[in-house]
Design a protein around this ligand. Sequence first.
Ligand SMILES: NC(=O)c1ccc[n+]([C@@H]2O[C@H](COP(=O)([O-])OP(=O)(O)OC[C@H]3O[C@@H](n4cnc5c(N)ncnc54)[C@H](OP(=O)(O)O)[C@@H]3O)[C@@H](O)[C@H]2O)c1
Length: 211
Amino acid sequence: MTTPPVGTGPLRIVVVGAGTVGTALGNGFLRLGHRVDHALRPGSERPLPDGAGRVDAGPAALAGADLVVLAVPFPVAADVLRDLAPPAGTVLVDATNPFTVPVPDGYPSGLAWLAGTAGPDVHLVKAFNVMGAEHLADPVLPDGSRPLLPVAADEGPARRLVAGLCRDLGFDVVEVGADGAAVTEQAARYWGLIALAGGRGRSTVLVAHQR
Ligand SMILES: NC(=O)c1ccc[n+]([C@@H]2O[C@H](COP(=O)([O-])OP(=O)(O)OC[C@H]3O[C@@H](n4cnc5c(N)ncnc54)[C@H](OP(=O)(O)O)[C@@H]3O)[C@@H](O)[C@H]2O)c1
C-alpha cells in the first residue's frame, strides 16, 4: 500500500451507502488493508462487505474519518450531506452522477452543487463515477491494463490522497482540476453509451494507450 497516510497505518474510510458502488469500493478499500465503515440510514438492511463496519448516517458517523465517500443517488446526495454535517477538513469523495435530476441552475457540475452544500472547509474530490461499479473493487484487467480514472479537484493534499488511493486500487489515474468534474459526469454517460446503448456490455472499461 502506498497511499500517503493521513496519520500512520491504514486509513479509516467511511463509505456513505452500501449499494452497488458503496460495496464495491468498500471491498476494494478492505483489500488494501484500510478500515471501512458504511454509514447507512436507520432501517437499511443492505449486506456489507466482509470486514466492514456499520454506523448510522449522521454527524457522529464521520468522527475520526480520514476519508468519506458519498455513494448515494444524486437526488438525495445534498440532503444526506447536510445530515452528515462533515466537519471542517473532511476529505469527501463524490462518486455520484446527476442522471435522474439535473444539477441545480448556477452550478457547473454535481460536484460544485455538493461542494456548496458541504461548505468551504470540506474538500470535495470527484472520482469513481465514470464506469460501471463492477470495475471498482479490483479494476486491473487480466492483461494488466488499468482502467482510466479521472480524479477531479483543485490541486492539493485532498486530491493527492484520493489519487494515491485510486492508484493503489489499480486505476490509471489522471488528476484534473475541480472544473473537470462536469466532464467526468458527461464521461459517465459516454461509458453508458459504449457499454449499454452501444452493446459492448458492462464489462467494458476505457483504457488509455499512447501512440
Ligand atoms: N451503479 C453504477 O454502476 C454506478 C457507477 C458509477 C457511479 N454511480 C453513482 O453512484 C451513486 C450510487 O449508485 P449505486 O448504484 O451504488 O446505487 P444503489 O445501489 O441504489 O445504492 C444506493 C445507496 O444509497 C442509499 N440511499 C438511498 N437513498 C438514501 C437516502 N435518502 N438517505 C440515505 N441513504 C440513501 C441506499 O441505502 P438504503 O439501503 O437505505 O436504500 C444505498 O445504500 C449514484 O449517484 C450513481 O449515479 C453508479
